[in-house]
Design a protein around this ligand. Structure first.
Ligand SMILES: [Zn+2]
Length: 112
């Protein structure tokens, strides 16, 4: 049981910075006018840099693709290569193990 707690604690430390930063990317687009001339125009896209909570790689995602309430470090972020559902199940299992600790357990609650 002690080994499990240690691992879980370490995992939390690794995941401290899930949301790293936000940057603006300028993208060039072309459109054709009625007369057939090509016009170029720019669009700014806000790109978020995040760290995957499952495999720890850094990945980017467009801000408009994300729920504004999830752009913080209180929630988990999972990259496109990882299975978010499987990750959530794993997390749920870890919390269940913590909650099912016996009340008489002498573990320090602040260390969980
Ligand atoms: Zn991942």
């Amino acid at each position: 049981m002690n080994i499990f707690i240690c691992n879980f604690y370490k995992l939390n430390v690794v995941n401290t910075y899930m949301f790293i930063n936000e940057s603006v990317e300028k993208k060039l687009y072309y459109r054709k006018s009625k007369l057939g001339n090509e016009h170029q125009y720019f669009r700014n896209t806000r790109v978020l840099t995040l760290r995957c909570d499952n495999c720890n790689i850094i990945f980017q995602r467009q801000r408009k693709d994300m729920d504004p309430n999830r752009i913080n470090n209180n929630v988990f972020h999972v990259c496109g290569d990882c299975d978010a559902k499987r990750f959530a199940q794993k997390k749920g299992q870890q919390w269940k193990n913590i909650w099912s600790l016996p009340a008489s357990s002498d573990l320090d609650i602040s260390k969980l």
